[in-house]
Design a protein around this ligand. Structure first.
Ligand SMILES: [Zn+2]
Length: 306
């Protein structure tokens, strides 16, 4: 049975089947994939929406009419991909491919009533893959539904976005999340995202480690020579599945708005640089210097310089 917390408005909209292709946008962990699964189960349920949880289709854990495509994080030789991407052969047929592509999967009739394919991280579609997907979006079989998942609409190619109905997912309310847990550390980390809350509850020790590294980073602002090492440590921990900068951002909440904004911009810039493959060390150094400057300006009460 698929249990969903919140997102009533989105589910009501989907139950009316207003389109065959959708673009689900919202922050990571907010529940976009869970709602996509719920949609697939509802479409195939004997009793319609909401899925009953008891019919032949609802009882399946692995549903044959539901497919998720996500970016490949490994290269053919098994190494970590420099840039995760959804490749053409995941979308369109290719000779000798190990798995059927999305288009092949979509061509066969559903076992129940409707097929739902999710393109996870649609903003990481390669150009050829996106073009192949476009054809499917333009003329989907009558039983086919496509759900593109992305952080924001602007991140997806306009040709794909314009052919999909955008459904926005906002954070769940505090009240909704408190129905799951009263763990304050986990609730604080969730920022309204159920997926993040569940991840935090599953690994309290990991969460505590990341929170402590973030505190250490904030403390290093008083002791600039430590800032570079603290930044390195924080970024190392971001591989743990938790985002340490969330804790940093909360620590900055007590700062006057202008300085806080400048600091958050610098952190966002670090993210951009790392995803654009600027040398990590260079990016950390730049951040440490910028933070040092902003912190000193805040201390002196002088305006934020650029
Ligand atoms: Zn059912």
């Amino acid at each position: 049975m698929i249990e969903i917390i919140g997102h009533e408005r989105q589910r009501k909209l989907l139950a009316a089947r207003p389109a065959q292709s959708f673009l689900f946008v919202g922050p990571e962990g907010v529940g976009r994939r869970a709602v996509a699964r719920w949609f697939a189960y509802g479409l195939n349920c004997e009793r319609g929406f909401p899925p009953c949880g008891e019919c032949a289709s609802c009882r399946l854990n692995e549903h044959p009419d539901y497919l998720e495509i996500s970016p490949r994080t490994k290269t053919k030789t098994g190494q970590a991909a420099r840039r995760p991407q959804i490749h053409l052969d995941q979308i369109a047929p290719r000779e000798g491919a190990e798995e059927p592509s999305l288009i092949e999967w979509m061509q066969t009739a559903p076992r129940f009533r409707a097929k739902v394919a999710v393109i996870d991280s649609a903003h990481l579609l390669g150009e050829q893959a996106a073009n192949a997907l476009l054809k499917l979006l333009e003329e989907p079989p009558s039983y086919a539904y496509l759900i593109l998942i992305a952080p924001v609409r602007e991140a997806v190619l306009p040709t794909l976005a314009s052919r999909s109905l955008t459904v926005s997912f906002g954070p769940a309310s505090e009240e909704e999340l408190r129905r799951i847990t009263s763990d304050e550390a986990a609730l604080g980390y969730s920022e309204g995202a159920v997926g993040r809350l569940l991840r935090a509850l599953a690994d309290p020790a990991g969460l505590a480690e990341v929170a402590s590294a973030a505190r250490d980073w904030l403390a290093a602002l008083e002791d600039p020579p430590r800032l570079l090492a603290a930044t390195r440590q924080l970024e190392r921990l971001s591989g743990s599945g938790f985002d340490p900068w969330v804790f940093v951002a909360r620590g900055l909440e007590s700062w006057p708005p202008a300085y806080r904004r400048a600091a958050l911009e610098e952190i966002a810039r670090l993210r951009e640089e790392l995803s654009a493959y600027v040398s990590a060390e260079l990016a950390y150094t730049r951040l440490a210097l910028a933070m040092r400057r902003i912190y000193a300006e805040m201390r002196a009460g002088s305006p934020v310089s650029r």
